[in-house]
Design a protein around this ligand. Sequence first.
Ligand code: FES
Length: 307
Amino acid sequence: MVDHEELARPWTLPPDDPRLQPYAKNPARAEKVIAACFIFAILCLAAFGASYWQAASERVMGGFLAVGLFALGFGIAAWGKYLTPRGPFEEPRHILHGTQLEQEAFQAAVVERAEVVIGRRPFLIKLLAMAGGITAVVMAFPLLRSLGPLPGKSLFHTPWRKGSRVVTASGRAITVDDLEVGGILTVFPEQAPGSAVAQTLLIRVATEPIVTQPGRETWGPAGYLAFSKVCTHAGCPVTLYEEQFQQLLCPCHQSLFDIYDGAVPVFGPAPRPLPQLPLMVDDQGYLRAQADYDQPIGPGFWERTTT
Ligand code: FES
């Protein structure tokens, strides 16, 4: 026969029960040691945050972080081991689900014990909260500082601008007479010679204007065509020109681009054509860009971002 009244009575132990005593022989001293651990952890984590902000060496930052987290973990473990009642605790139980009265009594007993076990050490609680808070703050540093500014629209443009003169890597301006038919040259806009994103293959395929796609009637003056040199597969420089087939070859994974058809890929893994730079010839015979590329240069990733 279940004695519900007996079970509903809050389950308590006499205060002098050895199971309620902390494991530490000298709880006051243990509390001091644990407090010292938390304070040490706070200092180390703060030092980690400061060194991270000052871009100190990885060893310094790693050292502060490791020691701080170790001290924090050590303090928490020591608190659990030495300052909480040692137990074990057993409560007589006859049935698996209790009455409403029993559940309320159980909740009251848990709250009461929690207040006794944890609440009686407010100093340690405050220190633990400070250590946890500073850990959260310094862990947010990579988000606050390391990711850098957002790229915005910068990845969708190159330094080519309307009227940019076409120059070599050394800055020499290219005239319409510089290349023979079949000639090829890596060129850049005059304001950014050597730019990785603006590098462009200039090819002379004929002496008369060339139209590679509808809408590009004026892009290939005097037989000059210009395509981004950055492969649309994985970004390798497209360096090889096969004059016989009028194709460009990327040496990394052998993508082939048909330059008479707007450099569409005809073989290999490249997913889209090499962007074509619209050219023009000015009054003095210099080659210039009519505008920037009309689409992002480089690997197919950018194509997905623009659709
Ligand atoms: S990077 Fe050009 S084919 Fe792969």
